[in-house]
Design a protein around this ligand. Sequence first.
Ligand code: SF4
Ligand code: SF4
Length: 295
Amino acid sequence: MKRLAVISGKGGTGKTMVTAALAHLLQGHLVIADCDVDAANLALLLNPRPLWTKPFFGMQAAAIDPDLCLGCGACETNCRFEAIRPDGGIFRVDTLHCEGCAVCRLVCPAEAVNMQPRQTGMICYSETDRGHLVHARLVPGAGNSGLLVSAVKKTALENDPKSDLLLIDGPPGTGCPLISTISGVDLVLVVTEPSISGLHDLERVVAVCRQFRPGVLVAINRFDLSPTIARMIHLWCRDQQIPLIGEIPFDPKVIETVRQGVPITRAVDSPALGAVQEMAVRLEEHLDSCASVTG
Ligand code: SF4
Ligand code: SF4
């Protein structure tokens, strides 16, 4: 099974629109994973039919047994995250602030602190017209989304091992969720936009990708909004020997289809769709020629 991640370096570039279109344009049997777990929007465009969900326990949180607590305050003093508060002569943990470091358990003289699993998200497995979709819902305020990304990928690979392609909608940024997304993928498609911040974030995200050695491809969305910066991105890609496989024009049909909750592949007379279709053909060629990490 080949593995392709669509990422962006920054939010708002149209990455999810591109991923939803690719889900309909790429050949073969797909399994799709939405690894943008902080803002999982791919399901809004793929109209999935839910099959099952399961809770995700990403980290532990401290809990104080009120019957054992002596009220000494050592846990509050040593908690660097200000997650412990006095409460009527004893102390309690505010789980929203607890980072699960277990220092409070170490310093407690009464063994009143237990570390307990904390549900930080939900993994959802659904059916779409183009294969199974795995996405997740992160509990608001919960951290460790990199772990949840890993769990989403693992769920997709374990449940659909015979698929030809794992298509991943990746997270924006260059942090832990991105690293979790791109580790073990064959190809990364970076969707950028013609702005100075777009170019800057492209440089940053490519630098991170190079640590993990997948093949890197670039597409510019709404390239015609700034031909000058689009040209700068062209030159940068050429210098870096990164194939620029798509230039998608600004097209009101994109906004229209997103509003309707359908992929751009449903649009008629859409210049953006034409560009994405051409890009999908080039992408297929790159997928065919790259060696799968899984052999
Ligand atoms: S360190 Fe232990 S005994 Fe002291 S306040 Fe905290 S939980 Fe209670
Ligand atoms: S586990 Fe760490 S962060 Fe959580 S309450 Fe204890 S000391 Fe604070």
